[in-house]
Ligand binder design. Structure first.
Ligand code: 13P
Ligand code: SF4
Length: 305
């Protein structure tokens, strides 16, 4: 197999030849992040997907991210180097249950975290990401909020909006859920000066220990503007690549030892190269589904401005 530098060179040549753009989430492998044109959190990637002028988008992330890029760019070819990279949480709600909640609470707003399937988005009123959920939900006129699929992000937002009535769903991210309070307390004891930076997909008892709670981009921005020189990180450890790049003098410690998303880690340089070369696997979606899923995504982009 070719080495990383050779693969990076070939990826760059193919990108030019095919007028393609590579977008990657902070959780994918360091080498893949290094060849991406745009690296970001879910919100950044969604917004960027509406702005790129390319014939092909290669989305290095899990399937729901590829679907979001396709929904926002129905006329572009969207490739996802590993079609089996799927987020279990994206499936942890059902359209049937959304419909039940709608009949029980006629004025409910169904708020859908973008970490969800296109079918769930299509049945929702507005999408959110961890970077904009508080802003968007607080500006909705509805009192009743059914927040899918992540219960932890829902609780984090609900705690800050006591005027709203939240209906919770029991989905969760297994990667963030695996960050246990006891491990975090041990890490804090070893580094008492280090601010604790937590993603809101973590359990509430972990969030309660945070000095800062935010999306992956929020965590990166916090570190860059902080005077501290060491930090405890409670999210997927792919963010360390960007954190170290931007802050070579600072030190980072994990809050536990299981902060790796096995699906994000399915994205590799050889799969990215093969996807660009062969223009497959491609995200193919039903036209009506794309149309229906686009409305809550566009509403998010509008309300997040
Ligand atoms: P961001 O919302 O920070 O992008 O990350 C959450 C996540 O789990 C993406 O899979
Ligand atoms: Fe899904 Fe969690 Fe992996 Fe993100 S980190 S893709 S939410 S399993």
């Amino acid at each position: 197999m070719a080495d990383v530098a050779q693969m990076a060179k070939e990826i760059s040549r193919l990108k030019e030849e095919k007028n393609a753009v590579i977008m990657a989430h902070y959780y994918v492998d360091d080498d893949v992040q290094d060849v991406a044109d745009y690296i970001g959190d879910s919100f950044f990637l969604s917004r960027k997907a509406t702005e790129v002028d390319a014939d092909i988008i290669v989305l290095c992330g899990v399937r729901f991210m590829g679907e979001s890029a396709k929904v926002l760019n129905p006329d572009k070819k969207v490739l996802i180097p590993e079609i089996g990279a799927d987020c279990p949480m994206a499936h942890m709600a059902t359209v049937d249950h959304i419909n039940e909640i709608r009949s029980q609470y006629p004025d409910v707003a169904v708020v859908c975290y973008v970490n969800s399937t296109a079918e769930l988005k299509a049945a929702s009123d507005v999408c959110v990401t961890s970077a904009n959920a508080l802003k968007i939900v607080s500006n909705l006129p509805n009192k009743d909020i059914y927040f899918i699929p992540d219960q932890n992000l829902a609780h984090y937002i609900a705690d800050q909006l006591p005027e709203k009535h939240f209906i919770f769903n029991d989905g969760f991210c297994h990667v963030h859920h695996s960050i246990r309070l006891q491990q975090l307390l041990t890490a804090k004891k070893a580094r008492p000066q280090a601010p604790v930076l937590v993603h809101p997909e973590c359990d509430p008892e972990v969030v309660a220990e945070a000095d800062y709670v935010g999306s992956t981009s929020g965590i990166i921005q916090y570190v860059s503007s902080s005077d501290a020189d060491e930090f405890i990180i409670a999210t997927e450890l792919g963010v360390l690549h960007e954190l170290k790049k931007q802050n070579p003098g600072k030190k980072f410690y994990s809050a536990g030892n299981t902060q790796i998303c096995p699906n994000m880690k399915k994205l590799s340089m050889d799969k990215l190269l093969a996807a660009l070369r062969d223009e497959t696997p491609e995200i193919i979606m039903d036209e009506d589904l794309m149309e229906q899923a686009k409305a809550p995504m566009m509403r998010m982009l509008e309300l997040a401005k």
